[in-house]
Design a protein around this ligand. Sequence first.
Ligand SMILES: [Zn+2]
Length: 307
Amino acid sequence: VGATNGHAIGIDLGGTKILAGVVTREGEILRRHERPTPIDSQAGLLEAVEVAVTELLDDSVSAIGFGIPAPIDQKRGRVFLATNIPLTDFDLRDRMRERFGVAIGLDNDANAATIAEWRAGAARGATDVVMLTLGTGVGGGVIANGAPFRGGGGAGVELGHVVLIADGPPCQGTCTGRGHLEALASGHAATLAAQAAFGPDVDAHELVRLADAGDAQAQEILQRIGALLGSGLASFANIFNPQLLVIGGGFGVAAWDHLIPAADRVLRRDALIPARNEVKVVPAELGTAAGLIGAAFVAYEALDAAL
Ligand SMILES: [Zn+2]
């Protein structure tokens, strides 16, 4: 098997699970492997990554790609500061290349998910796409002019950390910012709003369940979050003039019926012509596999760049 027609392993390094798979250039998963993410130490995490790769590695594999919850230094192949796994200022690309002897690609996990939806999911065939993954946090990715857009040094695009409300509520994890989209329109934000309204035992899942069951207060909370999401979407539509705005992530999918009508109203008010009339909001299609499929596409990108 030559380097150009081999397969890639994609690794989605999540906060709770490492999702890995052998993926074709068409985005089909041939084999997969899943294990819990060790979060106590970097050494333990890297050991688990090695086990996951070794489980899948064979002669057909020419490249390995990683989707990581962190900004990436694409020039040096380093991870800056991961939010919920123990990986900080680490030269992952060189280490993995030395260990496995194949081409290595790295990307932010939300960038990887966006690439997967663009190549093999909801945004197939589009040239300009903005995707948001609404989970506990908010990840974002951009396809611009038919290629992944990663900003100057490759550490973009952190769409969850755009400012919606100056000096607004504090962001999460290692982010010191305030009023960011992630602090206002994430599953975590929904949990905080639900607890303020219904007490400490109610989280985002329960809030969505209440809204689905017709609870007017729960519906109103989700609609308010949806309107804030719409402000973000309108801004991204104005910047990138995408054909599609793709919404994924566990919270985004579960709360879709409550969030999106409210988001769409604000989007159609705040986006300029032509974006306001043309852009479509669509759900992601690949679910939890998007990260590992996208990581494999990032691996193919690294492989092709090396040839
Ligand atoms: Zn932030």
